[in-house]
Design a protein around this ligand. Structure first.
Ligand SMILES: NC(=O)c1ccc[n+]([C@@H]2O[C@H](COP(=O)([O-])OP(=O)(O)OC[C@H]3O[C@@H](n4cnc5c(N)ncnc54)[C@H](O)[C@@H]3O)[C@@H](O)[C@H]2O)c1
Ligand SMILES: O=C(O)C(=O)C[C@]1(C(=O)O)C=C[C@@H](O)C=C1
Length: 295
C-alpha cells in the first residue's frame, strides 16, 4: 500500500472549509492515515462527532497539534496567528503548519515571530467556498477544479510546499504559488470588494425600503438575488477579512468607485457608446470565467 500524503492531519476549526477537508480525507485514504478535528466550541465538536468527520475530535488544540504531521488552521483570519502562537511550541519537529486564511500579509507577519526552524509554515488559500458556515455546510467536492493559492515564505522548504500542494491536488484543487502582497491585491478585487458591495447594496435597499415605507425587497428578482447571495456570509469571517486586508481593499474600492463614476457620467450625458462598451466588457469577463470553469 502506498503511503498517504500525510500521516496524521489535524484540522483546527472544522467549519465550512475544515469540514470539507475532513470529508474529502474520509473519502480518500491517500490523503491522511489519521485525522484529528479540533474546535474550541464543544457544540461544533459534538456535531463533527455525529457526522463522523474525524478519527479524533477534541477541544484541546495542544493535544491535536502535538500528534499531527500537518496542522491546518481553518479558523477566522483574526484567530489564525493566536492559535498558531499557541500550538507552535508543541508541534513535532519536521511537522508542517498550514492554514486556509482569506488574507495573507497581516497573518504571515503576525505568525513569523513564533515560527520554529524545524516546523515549516505553508500558508494556503483555497479559492472556494459558499455563504454558509459550520461543519454541516461542508462538502467533499468543494475544492474540485478550484484554485488554491500558496504563499510560502522565502525560506519555506520546497518539500513542505510540495506536500501541501499534493494535499490540495488530492482534494481536487489546482495550485498556484504566489507572492503574499500580490495575493492580497488579487483577492481584494475578486473576493473582498465584491462581498463589500453585496453587503452594502443590501443595506442601501433595506434603508430605502424603510424610507419609502415600501416593499422594495419583496420585488428583489433574480438580479438582486444573484448579486447578493454572498451577503449571507458570516459576519466574523468578513469583519476579519476587511480589517486584515485594509490597504488592498481600500485601493480596489477606490478604483471601483472611479469606474462607477464613469458609468454615472455616461448615463447622465446619454453617452451610449461608453455604456455599451462597459456592458460588453462585463459580458466578456463573465464568459471567460465560464470557459475557465470558475463560474
Ligand atoms: N467561507 C469561505 O467561503 C472561505 C473560503 C476560503 C477560505 N476561507 C477562510 O477559511 C477560514 C474558515 O472559514 P469557514 O468559512 O470555514 O469558517 P466557519 O465559521 O465555518 O468555521 C470556523 C470554525 O473555527 C472555529 N474557531 C474559531 N476560533 C477558534 C479557535 N481560536 N480555536 C479553535 N477553533 C476556533 C469556530 O468554532 C468554527 O467552527 C477563515 O479564515 C476564512 O477566511 C473561507
Ligand atoms: O462562493 C462564496 O460564497 C464565497 O464567498 C467564496 C470566496 C469568494 O469570495 O470567492 C470567499 C472567501 C474566500 O476567501 C474564498 C472564496
Amino acid at each position: 500500500m502506498t503511503q498517504p500524503i500525510v500521516d496524521t492531519l489535524c484540522v483546527i476549526g472544522p467549519g465550512l472549509i475544515g469540514s470539507s477537508v475532513l470529508r474529502r480525507a474520509r473519502l480518500d485514504s491517500a490523503i491522511a492515515r489519521e485525522t484529528i478535528a479540533v474546535d474550541r466550541d464543544e457544540q461544533v465538536c459534538a456535531r463533527v462527532c455525529e457526522l463522523d468527520l474525524a478519527d479524533i475530535i477534541t477541544t484541546d488544540a495542544l493535544r491535536g497539534a502535538a500528534e499531527a504531521d500537518v496542522v491546518m488552521l481553518c479558523v477566522p483570519v483574526g484567530a489564525i496567528a493566536t492559535v498558531a502562537a499557541e500550538i507552535l511550541p508543541v508541534m513535532k519537529p519536521g511537522a508542517i503548519l498550514t492554514d486556509v486564511g482569506s488574507t495573507r500579509r497581516s497573518v504571515v507577519d503576525a505568525i513569523a515571530p513564533h515560527l520554529r526552524p524545524d516546523v515549516a509554515y505553508v500558508p494556503a488559500h483555497p479559492m472556494a467556498g459558499t455563504e454558509h458556515s459550520g461543519p454541516d455546510a461542508g462538502f467533499a467536492t468543494l475544492f474540485e477544479n478550484r484554485w488554491c493559492l500558496l504563499t510560502p515564505l522565502e525560506n519555506t522548504s520546497s518539500k513542505a510546499i510540495a506536500t501541501i500542494e499534493a494535499l490540495w491536488h488530492a482534494m481536487g484543487a489546482r495550485t498556484r504559488v504566489m507572492d503574499i502582497d500580490h495575493h492580497d491585491r488579487i483577492c481584494a478585487i475578486v473576493s473582498h470588494v465584491p462581498h463589500l458591495l453585496a453587503f452594502s447594496i443590501c443595506h442601501t435597499a433595506d434603508t430605502l425600503a424603510d424610507e419609502l415605507r415600501s416593499e422594495v425587497l419583496d420585488f428583489a428578482a433574480s438580479g438582486f438575488r444573484d448579486f447578493t447571495r454572498i451577503a449571507a456570509s458570516d459576519p466574523i469571517m468578513w469583519r476579519d477579512i476587511f480589517l486584515n486586508n485594509r490597504e488592498a481593499i481600500l485601493e480596489m474600492l477606490e478604483r471601483f468607485a472611479q469606474d462607477a463614476q464613469k458609468m454615472a457620467t455616461a448615463i447622465r450625458e446619454g453617452d451610449e457608446a461608453t455604456i455599451v462598451s462597459s456592458v460588453e466588457r462585463g459580458r466578456a469577463i463573465r464568459r471567460s470565467l465560464i470557459e475557465n470553469r470558475q463560474a
